[in-house]
Design a protein. Structure first.
Length: 403
């Protein structure tokens, strides 16, 4: 629906104006008339051209803080519109501030909170929107938002753990590649020129390093271009169904890293599905939303297969048992949860367990990767340095022997 700009006078004959999302101008006028506002003009708000890199994004941390505070204010008995107004006023992120102001205007215009959130899909996920709708329908919006805030906080902590595991290996690898490139492109040629002027006979390791240096000097630009092209090609291939499935399968098979991916995906699946079910979202809708937020195509396909099974009158655990991505313990706990009617509680227990497993996997990845990279760094750069000093050692030995 379009966004309209309106102007008018309120019951005190004061000039007022604002924005409202509605189906038509007539709908805007009727919505404002219910608030005793006499409309003088209504027009569609012109689209603004925004450069994405100049607009600050709404982070998961911003969203989780807002949700927690929003839930607390509603629980304290404040009206929904007042809560949104206060949240918008104290919001430091200008993008999020604008989003909250728009949501407030929509709610004032007669929309439900879920409907207003749905118009801001670039900020609020389907999970968030569906849980808000369930909270409004059941009259327990504050409890649902509290549960949602907890979910967002734990989901953000999970992502942070995985990122933390990758930071050090990436930094060490970047330093190693950068140092090797500087040596080969800038330092080795100086040694080569010096040895050429001295007429020294170069040993095999030195000749190899010199040849590698010449190759890199000649082909560095094509190598960089090829690397960028391959990266772009992989990214585009990943956007296809076949490519996403293939790459996600490969990622799960990588030693140590694949284990971390699997455990984080299971934790996300269990946390998301458990939170949705506990909030009153229908099982089929909950599974569909969970599949979209799985973060791995293999897991997504397994969840959708489970959804299909439920639609056919079967259990969730039956199709999951055939998927290697879900360990037997997880499948068994889900089966117990289904049998006892406490599936949401069981899923949250699985999520808590796998959160701890992710911690262990992060420590294992860090413990395995850092020494390995340091060894490769030492052998690579150290080997090049030794290779370039070998001729100097040979000449020094020859001179000492001649004396």
């Amino acid at each position: 629906m379009p966004l309209y700009l309106w102007k008018g006078r309120d019951s005190k004959a004061g000039l007022v104006s604002g924005e409202l999302t509605a189906e038509s101008e007539t709908a805007v006028i009727e919505a404002l008339r219910r608030k005793n506002i006499i409309v003088s003009s209504v027009r569609i708000k012109p689209k603004e051209i925004k450069l994405s890199f100049t607009q600050p994004k709404v982070s998961n941390k911003d969203l989780s803080i807002f949700t927690r505070q929003f839930a607390t204010m509603i629980n304290a008995g404040l009206p929904l519109v007042s809560c949104l107004e206060i949240q918008a006023q104290q919001q430091e992120n200008p993008t999020f501030k604008k989003v909250l102001e728009t949501i407030k205007a929509d709610v004032e215009g007669g929309s439900t909170l879920a409907e207003a959130l749905k118009r801001q899909k670039h900020v609020f996920s389907e999970l968030y929107i569906n849980m808000a709708a369930a909270g409004e329908a059941g009259g327990i919006l504050d409890n649902i938002l509290m549960r949602l805030a907890t979910y967002l906080e734990k989901a953000e902590a999970l992502v942070a753990k995985v990122k933390r595991a990758m930071i050090m290996p990436v930094i060490l690898t970047s330093v190693a590649v950068g140092a090797a490139a500087v040596l080969l492109i800038f330092v080795i040629p100086i040694f080569e020129k010096m040895f050429g002027e001295m007429g020294a006979k170069l040993p095999a390791p030195t000749l190899f390093v010199v040849a590698l240096s010449k190759f890199l000097q000649k082909w560095i630009v094509p190598i960089i271009i090829a690397g960028v092209a391959i990266t772009i090609a992989i990214q585009r291939y990943y956007k296809t169904d076949k490519g996403q499935l293939m790459i996600d399968q490969i990622l799960l098979k990588i030693p140590i890293l694949g284990n971390l991916q699997q455990k984080s995906a299971i934790a996300r699946f269990a946390r998301t599905l458990g939170t949705l079910l506990a909030s009153g979202v229908a099982i089929l809708d909950a599974l569909e939303i969970t599949a979209k937020t799985a973060g791995n195509r293999v897991v997504q396909d397994a969840i959708m297969q489970a959804r299909k099974s439920i639609g056919g009158g079967e259990t969730i655990s039956a199709p999951l048992k055939t998927m290697k991505i879900f360990p037997p313990m997880v499948v068994q706990m889900i089966a117990v949860g289904e049998a006892t009617g406490g599936l949401d509680e069981m899923l949250n227990k699985i999520a808590d367990f796998y959160d701890e497993e992710v911690d262990g996997a992060v420590e294992g990845l860090t413990a395995a990767m850092e020494p390995l990279i340091m060894v490769v760094l030492g052998l690579g750069i150290g080997g090049m340095v030794i290779a370039m000093y070998l001729p100097i050692f040979s000449m020094t030995s020859a001179i000492m022997g001649g004396k």
